[in-house]
Design a protein around this ligand. Structure first.
Ligand code: AMP
Ligand code: MG
Length: 269
């Protein structure tokens, strides 16, 4: 495993303490070196995605979680910008409605899992069912507390079937969230992003941290690791996510499929 990934992974079985993670950390990188490396990583990612698409036997599922204003949308915009749209799906999970409410919580998730050859990005995910649902008691504790095992089983099954899973928690500090909310209020091009309900959620900061921590402790697995990305600095966030995505895809040892015919023998005018 490469350096950044090693620093940011939540080791399976570890009892990570989020208050010990500095959301402003940049692992020794400065902005210029990050921007330079990001450009290179985006080129690498495009090539790796092409190979995943060509091989068409496995898929990559990228889970993005984070508190409001944590940078999920920005990460998708900046890190996935060089990808071929034909090979990518982005699914945003909102408050369940309609048929989603009439099924188990993994129903909508399973349908959005990327097909072979594709990369699927989840903007929020099944983890909301142990985050917002837990913080607001939307189901009894007895119900949400067994979901960690259920999620682990589900992800194990996906992994056994050929879905490579990689999960990112974008971690910003409470001050940085306040700064970003203020920007949304003051900058008229960002007004649309502001939601009064985000301020309400901010009051539950500590409860969210506890819920994130449990999620990380219980659900980081070798085949489906969680990474905590210090995300106060967007340039470092983008570098870290792009780097780990490249490493993950490289670790899959992707291969072009064999030609369907003996190409040397083919002649035409
Ligand atoms: P946004 O990502 O800002 O568009 O907001 C989506 C909202 O949907 C967030 O407040 C999430 O917490 C909420 N949400 C997503 N999944 C669930 C779920 N399974 N149960 C309840 N709320 C959810
Ligand atoms: Mg929001």
């Amino acid at each position: 495993m490469k350096q950044l990934a090693r620093e940011l992974i939540v080791k399976p079985g570890s009892d990570i303490k989020l208050h010990k993670v500095d959301p402003g950390d940049t692992c020794g990188y400065d902005k210029d070196s990050c921007d330079e490396r990001l450009t290179k990583n985006l080129e690498r990612l495009a090539v790796l995605q092409y190979m995943l698409y060509a091989e068409a036997k496995r898929s990559l599922l990228v889970v993005l979680q984070g508190i409001d204003a944590g940078g999920k949308d920005g990460t998708i915009k900046h890190v996935m910008s060089g990808l071929n749209p034909q090979g990518v799906t982005v699914t945003s999970f909102k408050v369940p409605e309609g048929a989603e409410k009439r099924h188990d919580y993994l129903w909508r998730i399973h349908q959005a899992v990327p097909e072979w050859g594709k990369m699927g990005i989840f903007n929020r995910s099944h983890y909301e069912d142990v985050l917002v649902v837990r913080v607001h008691d939307l189901v009894p504790k007895k119900v949400w507390s067994r979901r960690y095992d259920e999620i682990n089983d589900f992800e194990r099954m996906l992994s056994d079937s050929g879905v490579q899973i990689v999960k990112f928690l974008l971690y910003i500090g409470k001050d940085e969230q306040a700064r970003r909310f203020r920007e949304r209020i003051e900058d008229k091009h960002k007004n649309w992003k502001f939601s009064p309900s985000d301020l309400k959620e901010r009051e539950y900061w500590d409860e969210y941290i506890d819920a994130y921590q449990d999620m990380l402790r219980k659900c980081s697995k070798k085949h489906a690791p969680w990474y905590v990305i210090p995300a106060n600095n967007k340039w470092f966030r983008n570098l870290a996510v792009s780097q780990i995505l490249c490493d993950t895809l490289e670790g899959m040892d992707l291969k072009f499929p064999k030609p369907v015919a003996d190409l040397k023998g083919i002649k035409f005018e």
